[in-house]
Design a protein around this ligand. Structure first.
Ligand code: CA
Length: 228
């Protein structure tokens, strides 16, 4: 059974999520504090997706996210943002989250996001070529790794999916909508901003000078392009 961790200190919200996850066929693992969540993740390395609340008694959800990402690039992470402040969303994504859901949310919305992340973790079909090469970059679609000049660059699942899309479409301007649909799925109802934040994160990892990106270039008013 697919395991999902839910970190939320408010018992009512947590129970509500747990009931709905179980109804959707997931094995729900609960945590009420950041420390407890990290412990549960150590005990259950097969957890595929973690849902993290931000306001917690012992540490904030961003710190939990950073902690998880320090050792685990594969797990899908969804932040629960209580406020509608844009900063929460951006901070969450910059600390390594893949997605966010704003409270109050519907069970259907949350499980749709989890399903989408699980599909991405499930990965590529076997029909894919194993290696995509563009200049100094080599993307291996079998073990989902990226190398720049022979150096391994650690990517989250979302970053990997974006890189793959770029490397399959060299020199082609991709609109933010194209990227959102391809990476997050057709049913995703989130905002285009999530694309920009992930590109920003990706540039930090792959560009020589993030102020003057040369690999992922901006197509003003439209989107992004792989190569100048
Ligand atoms: Ca809370």
């Amino acid at each position: 059974m697919k395991k999902v961790l839910i970190l939320e200190d408010e018992i009512n919200i947590r129970s509500f999520v747990v009931i709905n996850l179980r109804r959707a066929g997931y094995d729900a693992i609960e945590a009420g504090t950041g420390a407890e969540a990290l412990e549960k993740l150590r005990e259950n390395p097969d957890i595929g997706v973690a849902i993290l609340d931000i306001m917690l008694p012992d540490m904030d959800g961003f710190e939990v996210c950073r902690n998880i990402r320090a050792t685990n690039k594969i797990i899908g992470i969804i932040m629960l943002t209580a406020r509608t402040q844009e900063m929460d969303k951006v901070t969450g994504l910059m600390t390594g989250a893949d997605d966010y859901v704003t409270k109050p949310f519907s069970p259907a919305e949350l499980t749709a996001r989890i399903d989408a992340l699980y599909r991405r973790i499930g990965g590529d079909t076997n029909a894919d070529p194993e290696v995509l090469s563009q200049g100094i970059f080599v993307l291996n679609t079998r073990n989902r790794t990226l190398e720049k000049d022979g150096q391994r660059i650690k990517l989250t699942q979302v970053e990997y999916a974006i890189m793959k899309l770029f490397m399959q479409n060299p020199g082609r301007a991709l609109s933010r909508e194209d990227i959102l649909t391809s990476v997050w799925g057709r049913d995703y109802d989130g905002e285009l901003k999530i694309v920009d934040v992930n590109i920003r994160r990706l540039r930090i990892k792959i560009e020589n000078d993030t102020a003057n990106p040369t690999f992922i270039t901006t197509v003003w008013g439209f989107g992004y392009k792989w190569g100048a």
